[in-house]
Ligand binder design. Structure first.
Ligand code: FAD
Length: 509
C-alpha cells in the first residue's frame, strides 16, 4: 500500500510522467470557467454548421468543378459576419479573447460537417500563430487590429502561413532537413527592409487573405542558418497570385501560389531575422528558427488532428444514418452484427482521436506552449473581466517599447525549455497523425458500409473521403510527424538512436 508520505519520492522517480499524462499536470492550472466557455463555443459552432456549413458544403464542392476560377469570397464573408476570425485572438490585440484551448473542439465540430469549410475558417489561425510566435508585439497588434477592424466593417482580413515551395515541402518543415530541400525564395537585405524573389505554393486561402507570414532565406546554400520570417501584405508591389490548385478534396478552400518579384518588405514587417536572433540566448539561428517552428506546430498540429477527428465523426454519422435507414436481407443494417462491430470501431476512432488532441492541448497549456499564453489563472480571469477600452488605453501605448517584445520573447519563445518543447511537439505529432489517420479510416469504413450509395456525390460520403486524404499531407506529412514523435519522445532515451541524419552518414551506417 502506498503511504501518503511516499508520494513525493514516487513522483521524483518518474521523470517522464508529464509525457504520458499531460492533462493531470495541466488541469489544476486551467481556469474552471473555461469549461463553460468551451461548451458555449461548441454550441455556437453547431448553430453555424446547421445554418451555414451543411447547406453550403456540397454546393461549394461542386461549384469548384464547374467554375475553376471560383474563390470562396461569399463564404469568407459569412465566417467574418459570425465572428470566427477574431474569436481566438486575445483581447490584448483587439480580438474576442475566447479560451484558446477551446479552438480544437470548435475545429472538430466544423470539420464534422465539412473540413474544407472548416479550413476556410481555421487556417487563418495558423497564420495568426506564426506571427504571434515572433512576439514582435507592435506588428502582431497592427495585423490583429486589422482583422478586428475587418470584422467590424464587413471587410474580412485573413492571415496565411507561406512556407512550402515548388522544390521543398517536407524539408522546410524541419530545420534539420531544410538544407537538403531546393529552396528558392530569396530575401536580400537592403536599406530599410528586404527584397524578396521566389514563389510559394499550396498556400491555403492565399488568394483571399490580406497578410502572409512568409518564410524566406538570405542564403539559399545554407538556408537552415539564414532564415527570415516576414509579414507580406496583399497589394504590396511585387506580390502577385498565380494559380490555385485543382485538388481532389477540401475544394472550398483554395491552395494558392504566391509569386514574389522584387517585392520590397519594410523592416517594420520583419517577424524574425538576424537582428532578432542577436538578442536571443539560443545558440544559433537554426536553433531559434527550430524553436519557433515547433512553437507554432505545437498548436497547429493538434488542430489538424481535430480536423481528422471531425472528419472521422462526420463519416461515422453518415454510416450510422445509412445503417439506421437501410434494410439488408430483410432487416435494418444496424441490426446486423457486422455493421454494429464496424460502427463501434468507428465510434472508438472518434473518441480516441479526440483524446489525443485533448492531451496535446493540455501539454501545450503547461509551461511554455502557445496555449499557455493568457490562459492560466489569474491572468485569464483578469483579462476576461477587464473592459476592452481599458486595455486599449493603458496597455496598447506600451506595445511600442522594445522591452515589451523582449519580455514576451523571453517568457514564451526562450522560456520554453527543450524538455517542454519536445513534449509539446511530440504530443502535437501524435494528435496530428492519429486524428488524421482515424479520419481516413472512418471515411473508408463509411464507404464500405454504404456500397454504391456512398459513391454518389449527393450523399456526401465520397466527399468526406476526398477531403480526408489531404489531412494526412499538410502540417507535416504523417510520415514526418511519426519521425518527429520518434525524435522528441523516443530517441532521447536511446543514446544510439539518430533522426534526420545527413544522407552520407546514413550510407556509412
Ligand atoms: C491542401 C493543402 C494545403 C496546404 N496548405 C499549406 C499552407 O497553408 N502553407 C504552406 O506553407 N504549405 C501548405 N501546404 C503544403 C504542405 O505543407 C506540404 O504539402 C507538405 O509539407 C508535404 O510536402 P510535399 O507535398 O512537397 O511532399 P514531399 O516533401 O515531396 O514528400 C513526398 C513524400 O516523401 C516523404 N518524405 C519527404 N521527406 C521525408 C523524410 N525526410 N523522411 C521521411 N519521409 C519523407 C513524405 O512524407 C511524402 O510521403 C498544403 C498542402 C496541402 C495538400
Amino acid at each position: 500500500m502506498i503511504k501518503p508520505k511516499e508520494i513525493k519520492s514516487l513522483l521524483e522517480r518518474e521523470p517522464r510522467f508529464e509525457d504520458s499524462y499531460c492533462s493531470i499536470q495541466a488541469i489544476p492550472k486551467m481556469p474552471t470557467i473555461q469549461l463553460k466557455e468551451i461548451r458555449a463555443l461548441v454550441s455556437y459552432a453547431r448553430r453555424f454548421n446547421d445554418e451555414v456549413v451543411r447547406p453550403l458544403a456540397l454546393k461549394a464542392d461542386l461549384r469548384t468543378y464547374q467554375d475553376p476560377e471560383y474563390l470562396p469570397w461569399d463564404l469568407v464573408q459569412k465566417v467574418n459576419d459570425w465572428g470566427f476570425y477574431t474569436m481566438f485572438i486575445p483581447k490584448f490585440f483587439g480580438g474576442q479573447g475566447w479560451a484558446l484551448p477551446g479552438l480544437n473542439y470548435v475545429v472538430e465540430e466544423l470539420a464534422s460537417a465539412c473540413v474544407g469549410i472548416a479550413n476556410v475558417v481555421f487556417v487563418h489561425y495558423l497564420g495568426f500563430g506564426t506571427i504571434l510566435a515572433s512576439w514582435n508585439i507592435p506588428l502582431v497588434n497592427k495585423i490583429c487590429r486589422e482583422v478586428a477592424e475587418g470584422e467590424r466593417t464587413g471587410n474580412p482580413c485573413l492571415i496565411t502561413l507561406a512556407i512550402t515551395e515548388p522544390g521543398a515541402g517536407t524539408d522546410v518543415e524541419e530545420v534539420e532537413l531544410v538544407d537538403r530541400g531546393k529552396v528558392t525564395c530569396f530575401a536580400e537585405k537592403v536599406k530599410g527592409g528586404y527584397i524578396v524573389n521566389g514563389s510559394k505554393i499550396f498556400i491555403s486561402m492565399g488568394h483571399v487573405s490580406r497578410w502572409h507570414g512568409l518564410v524566406a532565406y538570405t542564403d539559399l546554400k545554407k538556408p537552415s542558418e539564414n532564415t527570415v520570417m516576414l509579414a507580406a501584405r496583399t497589394g504590396m508591389k511585387g506580390l502577385t497570385f498565380g494559380k490555385h490548385e485543382d485538388k481532389m478534396g477540401q475544394r472550398a478552400c483554395p491552395a494558392s501560389e504566391l509569386i514574389f518579384e522584387d517585392c520590397f518588405i519594410p523592416d517594420e514587417n520583419v517577424l524574425l531575422d538576424s537582428r532578432t536572433m542577436r538578442k536571443s540566448r539560443l545558440r544559433d539561428t537554426g536553433e531559434l528558427v527550430n524553436q519557433i517552428i515547433h512553437y507554432v506546430v505545437e498548436a497547429s498540429r493538434p488542430a489538424v488532428g481535430a480536423f481528422g477527428t471531425g472528419v472521422a465523426r462526420g463519416a461515422y454519422e453518415h454510416a450510422l444514418k445509412f445503417a439506421s435507414e437501410t434494410a439488408v436481407d430483410g432487416k435494418l443494417l444496424i441490426n446486423h452484427e457486422w455493421a454494429q462491430i464496424m460502427l463501434a470501431e468507428m465510434y472508438k476512432n472518434v473518441i480516441a482521436g479526440r483524446l489525443a488532441y485533448c492531451e496535446a492541448n493540455f501539454s501545450n497549456s503547461l509551461k511554455g506552449g502557445i496555449f499557455n499564453f493568457l490562459q492560466v489563472k489569474p491572468l485569464y480571469y483578469y483579462l476576461k473581466y477587464i473592459p476592452q477600452f481599458v486595455i486599449d488605453m493603458f496597455f496598447v501605448p506600451f506595445y511600442k517599447l522594445k522591452l515589451v517584445d523582449w519580455f514576451f520573447h523571453q517568457v514564451y519563445v526562450e522560456g520554453q525549455s527543450l524538455e517542454a518543447q519536445k513534449r509539446c511537439s511530440g504530443w502535437s505529432s501524435i494528435a496530428k497523425f492519429f486524428g488524421t489517420d482515424m479520419g481516413m479510416k472512418n471515411s473508408q469504413m463509411a464507404l464500405e458500409m454504404m456500397g454504391q450509395a456512398g459513391l454518389r456525390h449527393d450523399h456526401g460520403a465520397e466527399k468526406i473521403l476526398r477531403d480526408s486524404k489531404l489531412l494526412q499531407i499538410y502540417e507535416g506529412t504523417n510520415q514526418l510527424n511519426r519521425l518527429n514523435l520518434f525524435n522528441c519522445l523516443i530517441a532521447r532515451s536511446v543514446p544510439q538512436a539518430h533522426v534526420f541524419e545527413e544522407e552520407q552518414e546514413v550510407k556509412k551506417c
